[in-house]
Design a protein around this ligand. Structure first.
Ligand code: NAD
Length: 434
């Protein structure tokens, strides 16, 4: 089977490599020639644990991965085409921008030559795969193709493992033929008894948005509870732990912090809400989550400023962690950077350190100062802010930090440190929800 991934970004590259690992030949298309050129020189466009090695294995050794910007030669031979381009938020109305998805549908329509299954892996609003079908059927006989939906659930930071060992695979299909092809592609997962949820296309599209919205809701719920805990002398970590031990609730995504960011949750909950409104079915809970999470960085920045009589003009802060989560260099909608930007706007100077995300930040945010390690970032600062929970920040040498900071105050937005211990070492320890 010839598999083609259109869009060689996070999802296209990782899932393409995943299918290569399953034994298939995969052609990865991208319109970004620079990205393809760098990849062909073994320079990865993103940081993801294990990516360089897996890419080398299948590009250089097994040769199961091919890279191209030429639609015609690859699509004409394709048995299955995955659409894996981005679906960002449209600035004007928060809807999912489907420009790239529809332009890929056009390319597919112009280039397929034999029966082909067109699978949407990008996260798209319900109804999009039908629209793709409409676009393609304008140029291609309906017996020569069919569409399907196969939303992707990988998480940045553990993307390869998530693809190779998923909790479940969702396939939305119109026919038994489409179902058979997709099940064949995921056959290697049968050994691990991975559940394959086979459903219609609309359901598959909704499953992806519902899952992300639910996880975002859990995070926002515990963040709001954390706000209350701070006012009444309760400890949100104990609340989370006790709640999480209830198997109906579960402990994941129940850690209070600076709010969710990243390339998926913020845009997906907005798009989900917009889609529902179109059908006159408001998702009021999702709207509340969106609003609460949007306000959170401002709330935390104000909390930080309140420790300086709400005047941080000219003060220096170290910002530890810039990526939206650990083990990635992705800074899209990173809460850390949103908070950093608010502090800069209030007149503060930011000295940032991140194990992997500094290059990406430097390109977009020239006002940040960058340090080579966490300690250099903390030299002479009026406050230390921990925003992303990289392992490197979990066991900082506090004695060393004490000797270099100007004021020993830590804003521990991920609750990595023990308050009593920090206080015994002479620090003011400001955490979340306790
Ligand atoms: P990305 O921005 O990393 O990659 C998109 C790629 O598509 C880019 O390399 C871009 O150059 C390419 N592209 C755009 N238009 C193209 C065209 N017409 N032809 C060929 N290539 C084109 O995006 P991503 O993070 O991989 O996300 C892709 C989709 O998967 C989105 O819908 C996203 O919501 C979803 N998703 C992402 C993740 C994640 O963790 N990143 C997880 C699950 C689902």
């Amino acid at each position: 089977m010839n598999i083609v991934m259109v869009g060689t970004g996070y999802v296209g590259l990782i899932s393409g490599l995943g299918f290569a690992e399953f034994g298939f030949n995969v052609t990865c298309i991208d319109k970004d020639n620079d990205r393809l050129r760098k990849l062909s020189q073994n320079i990865m466009p993103i940081y993801e644990p294990g990516l360089t090695e897996l890419f080398k294995k299948h590009y250089v050794n097994t040769k199961r991965i091919k890279l191209t910007s030429d639609y015609s030669s690859s699509l004409s031979k394709a048995d299955v085409v995955f659409i894996t381009v981005g679906t960002p938020s449209r600035r004007i109305d928060d809807e999912a921008d489907l420009t790239d998805v529809y332009s890929v549908a056009d390319e597919i329509a112009s280039n397929i030559k034999k029966y082909c299954l067109i699978v949407t892996k990008s996260t798209v609003p319900v109804g999009t795969s039908r629209k793709i079908k409409e676009i393609i059927s304008k140029k291609v006989d309906k017996n020569l193709f069919e569409v399907a939906s196969n939303p992707e659930f990988l998480r940045e930071g553990s993307a390869i493992d998530d693809f190779l060992r998923p909790d479940r695979v969702v396939i939305g299909v119109e026919t038994k033929r489409g179902e058979k092809i997709l099940k064949l592609l995921y056959r290697p997962l049968y050994v691990s008894e991975t559940p394959i949820v086979s459903t219609n296309i609309e359901t598959a599209e909704i499953i992806k948005y519902s899952s992300n919205s639910f996880l975002a809701t859990k995070i926002t719920f515990i963040n709001e509870v954390a706000n209350l805990c701070e006012k009444v002398g309760a400890n949100v970590q104990d609340v989370s732990r006790a709640m999480g031990l209830d198997r109906r609730i579960g402990s994941k995504f129940l850690h209070a912090g600076p709010g969710f960011g990243g390339s998926c949750f913020p845009k997906d909950i907005k798009a989900f809400s917009k889609t529902a409104k179109k059908y006159d079915v408001p998702l009021s809970l999702v709207d509340a989550v969106n609003l609460s999470n949007k306000e959170r960085p401002e709330l935390l920045a104000k909390k930080i400023a309140s420790y300086y009589s709400s005047n941080i003009k000219g003060l220096n802060f170290s910002l530890l962690g810039l990526s939206f989560k650990p083990n990635t260099d992705d800074i899209r909608d990173s809460t850390s950077i949103i908070i950093g930007n608010i502090l800069i706007k209030l007149g503060a100077n930011i000295f940032a350190y991140d194990p992997k995300a500094m290059a990406n930040t430097q390109k977009l945010y020239p006002a940040y100062n960058f340090a080579d390690d966490p300690y250099s970032a903390c030299k002479n600062v009026d406050g230390v802010i921990i925003c992303t929970e990289w392992n490197e920040f979990r066991a900082l040498n506090i004695a060393k930090l004490t000797s270099i900071v100007k004021r020993a105050i830590m804003f521990d937005l991920r609750n990595l440190y023990n308050q009593t211990e920090m206080e015994s070492l002479g620090w003011e320890h400001v955490s979340v929800g306790r």
